[in-house]
Design a protein around this ligand. Sequence first.
Ligand code: C2O
Ligand code: CU
Length: 503
Amino acid sequence: PRRRLLRPGVSTVVVAALVTGVGVVWSSASVLPGSFSMMNTDDVDYGGGPATMVMPGAPGSVDVTSLTGPLTGKPDDTFVLTAAKKQVTLSSGKVEEGAAFNNQIPGPQLTVHQGDLVQVTLVNKLPADGLTLHWHGLNVPNAEDGVAGVTQNAVAPGHSFTYRFRVVQTGSYWYHTHNDPASLVRAGLFGAFVVLPRMPIAQTTDITEMAHTWQGGDDPAFGTSDTLRRNVIASGTQVRLRLINTDNNPVGGAGRAQARNFGIAGTPYRVVAIDGNDINQPTQISGDRLLVAAGGRYDVTFTMPNSPVRLTDISVPGGGELFSPTGGGTVDPITAKAPVFDPARYGMPAPMPFTVDSNFNRRFTLVLDDHLGFYNGVWSQMPTINGESFPNIPMLVVHGGDLVEETIINRSHNNHPMHLHGHTALVLSVNGKPTTGSPWYTDTLDIEPGQTYQIGFLADNPGVWMDHCHNLDHSAAGMMTMLMYDNVSSPFLVGPNSGNTPD
Ligand code: C2O
Ligand code: CU
């Protein structure tokens, strides 16, 4: 029998009306139990593959707590991130009640080298909230993934937890709490994680820009800068901008809800990496809007001209960054009228490990939609996957070594930036058309209303992994499921009495 559970905070009305496209249906609803396992083993989706599930505790079953990084060995990089409350002052003078790692907003950038053994200790000095650290986009071993109630218990105030993993990827990533992220990431508990290649890259000025919207939802900023910031860069300098979108909520821009619309004016540039993955032979472009999914990253490079360059979030035309050889000058920002950069047709093709024509062992379809219903006592639109909300969305079950396809169809009226933990996916097609440019690898893919994406990945990282919308308000409303390896189980619990709120 499938469990019908309501989420914490959901109104306890016994009967709620759900308006669907065809009319009104009445569904009865029960109250969420105090705690329960994220692993909804009663109701799974095998993606058309064999029913290979090994029940927890049965022979061959693996516990997530055993899937750690190297427990011994001297780390190449050691960091301590201490979380505490902080008053955040924006450049406009606005003051927010927030929280920070090491008293910095954003938290300190962790810069490491490919192949390093990294050790990070999280110390929680918040008065009341549990915390974790999730390494967004890094394919770490499952027990290091930092999802409260799935891969560990939230670290309670006064406690600490140490993560250890070897970094195999390169590029731009970020870390954030994965306990109550909808409010705590918003409050400031995030930072950049940059992996440099072992071979030193040519002398560049490397700048990380973390777009973030502060508390009220109307304060989009780069870090804490919500006004124009001027920077001096000598002409001829090679510049790399790492654009990271930490937002969990819609920001302006012509109905392009959750995606951040970045614009770079005053110079041609190249998009050299998406979600940390290098683009093959990126060509020079100019004037486009760059839609970076909530949680996603674009790296762009340019040679500093002898005139100003302007980076803006097009929803805040007066803000952003101005780079110029003197710090002075002006250049008009890119506006919402600019064409949108299309990663599906950018760069040059290169061999791909699989294509739309490959034989996938499992094929999953996720239809994103919304239903009207009571949420938190309020009649509102609730985002759904295949008509359901967590925990009623079947888990996607795979077997180690499977080649997996996901088709994601957005029938709703909102963008949904879908994020799969622990794996890097290859975009195979957009709206039925195979990609034609550089192979486009991603971990956070913005799906616009009406769009269909087909992605593929190799199931090569055993564990129980969240697959969710990175509009964290949507995932808090149940827009998440799990990618579960058939032999892995989690002993952790979620629910109001568990202390764990993964979404
Ligand atoms: Cu940025 Cu599930 O995380
Ligand atoms: Cu969403």
